[in-house]
Ligand binder design. Structure first.
Ligand code: PPS
Length: 333
């Protein structure tokens, strides 16, 4: 039984887009969970209690984000740092090395065969001895209780990206991975109404941002990773209480994490899953590691849509200390 509060998606224009365009044999329906009304697949209700009660270990490391913010990039960096730069073992697919909390193995669709929804991540994590590396898109408010109440202090790395680039990346990925047959404008309506899968975007971002005083939380920005990845690697190393990398180690990791290297690396580019999903959506084309740009939204969004996003950003960050330049344009000062 679900111990987390749960609400239905309202039956309005946005609710209808969700029902008609974002619901399929892969994701059968959605609900709003917890105090932030986080939109998740309805089947999360059977796993919510297991995440809430999950026995965390202080030596675990969590990489958290709103989807499409640079999660996989950050996971690959963290995995290699935590595993003595073992590039051989890093050939295993990232989702097998770095399980995700919110997949308690409950999807029962025809897309399940040997893909991302096949595992019970909670059972898998419980079976691991020693420190675990965990991915999540859950907001801080839905993390296991032991983390929220400070009883356990695993290291958490939250990576964020400006919301317009995130949205464009999300739109492209949703077609190839979640098989949504939705226009950009329709998806924007859902996104800006805070009813998109893993949304509300701002509850997710500000939930972690507001906890940034915690010594066990590191916030990274995608735009900073683009600008100066080497500094981010060393900062992450220090946060993980590891020795700084030598010049040679740093150079190799930097090259391994470059856009082209990641794009061609089948352990992190989700090519197997995309290929599998493509049989159900033969017209859906694209790559998971797609453009890797800051400000790419300008080429893909109308000025009308950009204005709508800017208004939504301003409304959501007013009365916070979140930087408007960063929020609107992704400018890293
Ligand atoms: S997910 O599905 O939420 O886990 O996706 P996530 O990994 O968070 O985000 C995918 C986007 O990250 C970009 N990416 C990179 N950009 C630059 N350099 C490197 N090395 C890199 N690796 C991943 C990836 O291209 C997606 O962004 P878009 O804008 O779609 O290209």
């Amino acid at each position: 039984m679900c111990s987390v509060e749960q609400n239905e998606i309202p039956d309005d224009e946005v609710g209808n887009i969700i029902k008609s365009k974002l619901t399929n044999d892969l994701i059968h329906g959605y609900c709003l969970f917890g105090k932030d009304d986080t939109c998740l697949p309805r089947y999360y209700e059977t796993g919510a209690a297991a995440v809430e009660e999950f026995e965390i270990r202080n030596e675990d490391v969590i990489v958290a984000s709103f989807p499409k913010s640079g999660t996989t990039w950050t996971q690959e960096m963290v995995w290699l740092l935590k595993n003595d730069l073992d590039y051989d073992r890093a050939k295993v697919e990232i989702y097998d090395r770095f399980p995700k909390f919110e997949l308690p193995g409950l999807g029962n669709s025809r897309y399940d065969s040997g893909d991302l929804n096949r595992v019970n991540s909670i059972d898998e994590l419980n079976a691991c001895t020693g420190p675990r590396l965990i991915k999540t898109h859950l907001p801080f408010s839905l993390l296991p209780r032991q983390i929220r109440n400070g009883y356990k202090t695993p290291k958490i790395i939250f990576v964020m990206r400006n919301s317009k680039d995130t949205f464009i990346s999300y739109y492209h990925m949703a077609q190839i991975l979640w098989l949504w047959n939705v226009s950009k404008e329709e998806l924007a309506k859902v996104y800006l109404a805070d009813k998109v899968l893993y949304g509300p975007y701002w509850k997710n971002v500000l939930g972690y941002w507001n906890m940034r005083h915690l010594p066990n939380l590191l916030i990274l920005r995608y735009e900073e990773m683009i600008k100066d990845l080497k500094s981010i690697i060393q900062r992450t190393c220090a946060f993980l209480e590891l020795d700084p990398l030598t010049e040679e180690q740093l150079e190799r990791l930097f090259t391994h994490l470059s856009f082209n290297s990641m794009k061609n690396n089948s352990a992190v580019n989700y090519e197997k899953v995309i290929k599998e999903r493509k049989q159900y959506n033969p017209t859906g084309d694209g790559a998971f590691i797609r453009s890797g740009k800051v400000g790419g939204y300008k080429e893909e969004m109308s000025s009308e849509l950009i204005n709508k996003f800017d208004e939504w950003i301003k409304k959501n960050i007013e009365n916070t200390d979140f930087n408007e330049n960063y929020a609107c344009f992704g400018h890293v000062e």
